[in-house]
Design a protein around this ligand. Structure first.
Ligand code: NAP
Length: 317
C-alpha cells in the first residue's frame, strides 16, 4: 500500500492537488493530506476528503517534528513553495527536504517557478522571483532524493486577484511593464493537478517539467477580454520598469515583502510586481509545453475558461 503525503492541502494549489489526487488514486494508495491549520479546512471539504479515503493531519513547514511524524513510510511527498520570500522560504524548504531525507522518503515533488533553471554566476543576475526556487532546487539535487520538479509559469489567476483590484486606483488603467510581449500564463488549478499526478508517480523520475498555459498571450489581450466581460472601460498602459517602480513607491508599496499587505492597494511588493512583467517581457514565458496534458490527460485550460470563475471580482464600469 504505497503512501503519498500531500502537504499544504489547505492552500489554493494544494487544495486543487488534493482533490485531483483523491480522484486518480488507486484503491490501495494511502493518501495523507496535511495542513498547518486543520480548523481552517471547511467541514464540507474535510468530510469529502475523508469520504474519499484520505487521512488528514497537521504538519507545518516550520515544525520539523510534525513533518517527520507524517513522512515516515512515504513513497513520495510534496513541497509547495510558500509565500515568504528569501531566507524564510528557503529555510522552510530545507526543513521539508531534510525531514523527507531523515524519514527515508523516496521522492520529493516540488512546485518551482519558471526561470529557476537558469545558469548565472551571481544570484543578482537571476530575476527576483525564481531566485529562491533556484536555491531550493539545488538543495533538492544535493539531497540525493529522487525528485519531480514542476516549474510553474505565472498563474493567470494573478490577474484578477492581484492586479485587477489596482486598476481603479490607477485611474482605470492597467499599468504594465511586460512591454507588449506574450507569455503562456497557466491556470493554478492545472498546476495543482500536475502536482497530484507527479506525487502519485505519473511523471518520469528526476525530471523537471515546465508547466504552462496552452498559448502565449499579451497582457493587453487579457485586459481587453476582462473588460469585454464586465463592460469595464479601462485603458492598458505600457510603462518602463523605472516608471512603474516610481509610481508604486510614491503610493507606499514596499520594495520587499513586509508580511502584511492588508492595507496596501496592491497585494505584491515592488520587486515581485516588477518581476511579473519582467518574466513576460524577457521571454521566459514565451514557450508552451505539453506537461499539463502529458501528466493529467487533459489539455491545459484556456485563459478565458480559467478567468471565468473570477467574473464576480472583475472591475465593474
Ligand atoms: N506562479 C505564480 O504566478 C505564483 C503566484 C503567487 C504565488 N505563487 C507561489 O505558489 C504557491 C502556492 O500558491 P497558492 O495560491 O496555493 O498559495 P496560498 O493558498 O495563498 O497559500 C496559503 C497556504 O499556505 C500554507 N501555509 C502557510 N503557512 C504554512 C506553514 N508554516 N507550513 C505549511 N504550509 C503553510 C497554508 O496551507 P495549509 O492550510 O495547508 O497549511 C495556507 O493555506 C505560493 O505559496 C507561492 O509560493 C506562485
Amino acid at each position: 500500500m504505497p503512501k503519498y503525503v500531500l502537504t499544504r492541502a489547505g492552500g489554493n494549489l494544494g487544495g486543487a492537488a488534493a482533490s485531483y489526487a483523491l480522484d486518480i488514486a488507486k484503491p490501495d494508495d494511502e493518501i495523507v493530506l496535511t495542513t498547518s491549520d486543520v480548523d481552517g479546512i471547511s467541514a464540507v471539504t474535510l468530510k469529502d476528503w475523508i469520504r474519499k479515503g484520505a487521512r488528514v493531519c497537521f504538519a507545518s513547514y516550520d515544525d520539523a517534528e510534525s513533518l517527520r511524524s507524517v513522512f515516515v513510510g512515504a513513497e513520495a511527498v510534496t513541497l509547495i513553495s510558500t509565500w515568504l520570500l528569501g531566507e524564510g522560504r528557503r529555510c522552510q524548504a530545507r526543513t521539508v527536504i531534510d525531514a523527507a531525507k531523515q524519514c527515508g522518503v523516496k521522492r520529493i515533488c516540488y512546485t518551482s517557478f519558471v526561470g529557476a533553471g537558469m545558469q548565472a554566476e551571481r544570484e543578482e543576475d537571476v530575476p527576483f522571483l525564481p531566485r529562491d526556487h533556484r536555491v531550493i532546487e539545488a538543495y533538492i539535487y544535493e539531497s540525493g532524493l529522487e525528485y519531480n520538479i514542476q516549474r510553474n509559469y505565472l498563474y493567470i489567476d494573478n490577474i484578477p486577484v492581484l492586479f485587477g483590484p489596482s486598476w481603479k486606483i490607477c485611474n482605470d488603467r492597467w499599468l504594465s511593464n511586460s512591454h507588449g510581449k506574450a507569455g503562456a500564463y497557466v491556470a493554478r488549478e492545472d498546476c495543482g493537478r500536475v502536482l497530484a499526478s507527479l506525487l502519485l508517480g505519473r511523471g518520469q523520475p528526476n525530471t523537471v517539467y515546465d508547466v504552462t498555459g496552452p498559448e502565449a498571450i499579451t497582457d493587453e489581450r487579457i485586459f481587453e477580454w476582462v473588460c469585454s466581460q464586465s463592460g469595464y472601460q479601462g485603458q492598458f498602459v505600457s510603462m518602463t520598469d523605472e516608471g512603474l517602480k516610481k509610481f508604486w513607491l510614491d503610493r507606499g508599496l514596499p520594495s520587499v515583502n513586509s508580511g502584511n499587505s492588508s492595507n496596501l492597494p496592491m497585494k505584491l511588493c515592488i520587486e515581485d510586481l516588477l518581476c511579473c512583467g519582467e518574466m513576460v517581457a524577457k521571454g521566459y514565458m514565451r514557450n508552451t509545453s505539453n506537461a499539463v496534458e502529458e501528466l493529467t490527460g487533459q489539455p491545459a485550460i484556456a485563459f478565458q475558461v480559467a478567468l471565468l470563475k473570477y467574473r464576480g471580482i472583475f472591475p465593474q464600469p
